[in-house]
Design a protein around this ligand. Structure first.
Ligand SMILES: [Zn+2]
Length: 460
C-alpha cells in the first residue's frame, strides 16, 4: 500500500504536476513498536525496551518533515521531536533554534532520518547527488543494484534486489559500519519489510516499528533552524502573497528569502521583476501568479546577475516569458538556459525549450491603461557593470534591487549614494523606493520616501 501511494507522489512530481497542483502533497504515517536502551545496564547484556508510538510526517512539496516519538509507558511525558529538512535531521526549541539531534535511546539520529521508506524516497529526490548506484553481479544469474548513500554524517549501503535501477522505493535494506565506543566496530542495518521497519545493531534488534499506511495531511512546516545548513532554500507556497502597491505594482514579501519579488499587472499580461534563488521557488511562484492574476507572464527581468536574482530564469522561460537583460548579461543567461539539470530536473529541462531574450541597452518601456513601466540600465551602480532598476512613472515608484541601504538619519554611502546620484542625473521624479533585498536588516528601511532619499543623499 505504501508503495502505491508513494509511487503516485513520485510520478506526480516527475511529470511536473507539483507546480500546477494547488494542494500540498503531505502525508503522515503512524507506527507502534519498540526501541531498546542499552546505555545503562544493571548487569552485562542488560537493556530496557520501550514501547513507543512514532509519527513520521513529510511534506513532499517543500521537503520538510517531522518525526515524533512518544513513550507509551509514560503518556504524560511530551514526545521527542525531530525535524527533517530535505534530508537533514535537527531538533529545536521554543526559539526555533537549530539544535544537534540527540540519540533516541539506541537509535542514532542518522538512523532516525531513514526510519521510514518515504523519508528515503524524499531524500533521494531532494539530494540525488548523495546516492551512488552500481549494478553488481550476476550472481546466481541475478544482478543487484547497490547504492552508496551519504546522509547525516554517515555512509549507508543500500540494496535494491532488482536487476536494474528502480529507484528508492525498491531499496529494501540499508547497512552501515558503526563504531561503538565500548564494543568497538560493529554494524547497523535497517530492514524495510512491507510496513515493518527493523533496525539491528551488531545483530541485536534495537527498534521494531509497525507502520500504518500513510494518510494525507495538509502540510508540514519545520522551525526556522539554521537555514544556512540546508541544501537549498525552499520557499513555501503560502509566502507568495501579493501586496498591492498601486499603479499595477504588486510586491511579494518572502520572509524566508528576506527579499521581495514584484509583479506588474498590465491589461492582458504581466511582468515579473526579480528571481527567487532557484527554479523550484520560481515554479511555486509561477503557480501562485497564475492563481492570483490569471494572465500570462510576458516578461521576466532581474536587477543584476547575482544568483538570487537570476535564479528562476529557467522557470520563466518555460512559462513563455521573454527575459529582459542588459547586453552584457547575455552569456550568463545562455549558460543558465543551456545548463544540464540532471540532478534536479525542472520544467525547463523537461522541455519544450523555446526561449526569448531581449537585450536592453539603455531603457525599455511598456505602457497601457493599467500600468506603465520603465526599465533603466544603470551602468554606474557601483555593484555590477550593468544593473536594471525599474521605474513606475504614474506612482513615481522606483524598485532599487539591492542598491539601497537607507538608515534613518544617516547619510547614504557606497552603492546607495551612487544610486541616488544616478536618479538625480536621470531626472527621475521619485516619491517611493522599494528594495528587493534586504527586506529586514537591523536599522535599515526597505521602503524609503523620495524626501528621505534626497535628504540622505545631500546631508546638510
Ligand atoms: Zn548583488
Amino acid at each position: 500500500m505504501w508503495r502505491t501511494l508513494a509511487a503516485c507522489f513520485v510520478c506526480a512530481l516527475v511529470t511536473g504536476a507539483m507546480a500546477q497542483s494547488p494542494a500540498a502533497q503531505a502525508w503522515e504515517a503512524l507506527a507502534e513498536g519498540t526501541i531498546t536502551d542499552s546505555t545503562h545496564p544493571v548487569r552485562p547484556g542488560d537493556f530496557r525496551t520501550y514501547n513507543v508510538r512514532v509519527r513520521v510526517a513529510l511534506d513532499e512539496q517543500t521537503g520538510e518533515g517531522e518525526i515524533t516519538i512518544s513513550n507509551k509507558d509514560h503518556p504524560d511525558t511530551p514526545p521527542d521531536r525531530y525535524f527533517w529538512r530535505r534530508g537533514r535531521l535537527f531538533q529545536s526549541n521554543d526559539a526555533g533554534d537549530d539544535l544537534p539531534p540527540a540519540n533516541e535511546a539506541d537509535l542514532s539520529p542518522s538512523t532516525l532520518a531513514m526510519i521510514h521508506r518515504g523519508l528515503l524516497a524524499a531524500y533521494w529526490r531532494e539530494r540525488p547527488e548523495n546516492f551512488h548506484a552500481e549494478v553488481v553481479g550476476p550472481r546466481n544469474d541475478i544482478k543487484t543494484t547497490h547504492f552508496l548513500i551519504a546522509s547525516n554524517d554517515v555512509l549507508w549501503k543500500g540494496w535494491s534486489g532488482q536487476n536494474f535501477m528502480q529507484g528508492p522505493h525498491e531499496i529494501a535494506y540499508l547497512w552501515r559500519r558503526f563504531h561503538h565506543d565500548v564494543l568497538g566496530s560493529i554494524y547497523e542495518n535497517v530492514d524495510y519489510d512491507g510496513n515493518t521497519v527493523l533496525v539491528r545493531r551488531g545483530g541485536d534488534i534495537v527498534a521494531r516499528l509497525e507502520f500504518a499506511d500513510p494518510r494525507p495531511i495538509e502540510k508540514v512546516r519545520t522551525p526556522k533552524g539554521d537555514p544556512t545548513r540546508d541544501a537549498a532554500m525552499v520557499i513555501p507556497p503560502e509566502e507568495f502573497v501579493f501586496r498591492d502597491l498601486g499603479g499595477g505594482l504588486f510586491a511579494c514579501e518572502m520572509a524566508r528569502a528576506n527579499a521581495r519579488v514584484f509583479v506588474v499587472e498590465f491589461e492582458d499580461h504581466l511582468l515579473v521583476f526579480e528571481g527567487v534563488y532557484t527554479t523550484r521557488n520560481a515554479e511555486t511562484l509561477a503557480a501562485a501568479v497564475r492563481d492570483r492574476f490569471k494572465k500570462p507572464v510576458k516578461y521576466f527581468a532581474f536587477s543584476h546577475i547575482h544568483g538570487q536574482y537570476v535564479g528562476g530564469s529557467r522557470a520563466w522561460s518555460h512559462e513563455g516569458a521573454v527575459i529582459l537583460i542588459p547586453p552584457t548579461s547575455a552569456p550568463l543567461i545562455k549558460d543558465v538556459l543551456g545548463a544540464p539539470f540532471h540532478l534536479r530536473e525542472d520544467s525547463w529541462s523537461r522541455g519544450p525549450r523555446e526561449s526569448g531574450i531581449e537585450a536592453v541597452a539603455e531603457r525599455w518601456t511598456c505602457e497601457d491603461e493599467r500600468a506603465s513601466v520603465v526599465i533603466i540600465n544603470d551602468k554606474e551602480s557601483d555593484h555590477t557593470n550593468e544593473y536594471f532598476i525599474l521605474y513606475l512613472p504614474r506612482t513615481k515608484t522606483l524598485l532599487t534591487g539591492d542598491l539601497l541601504f537607507y538608515r534613518p538619519g544617516k547619510p547614504l554611502t557606497g552603492r546607495s549614494l551612487a544610486l541616488a546620484k544616478f536618479i538625480e542625473k536621470q531626472g527621475l521624479e521619485v516619491d517611493r523606493c522599494v528594495t528587493t533585498w534586504p527586506l529586514e536588516w537591523p536599522g535599515v528601511k526597505s521602503e524609503v520616501s523620495g524626501d528621505e532619499l534626497r535628504a540622505a543623499a545631500n546631508p546638510k
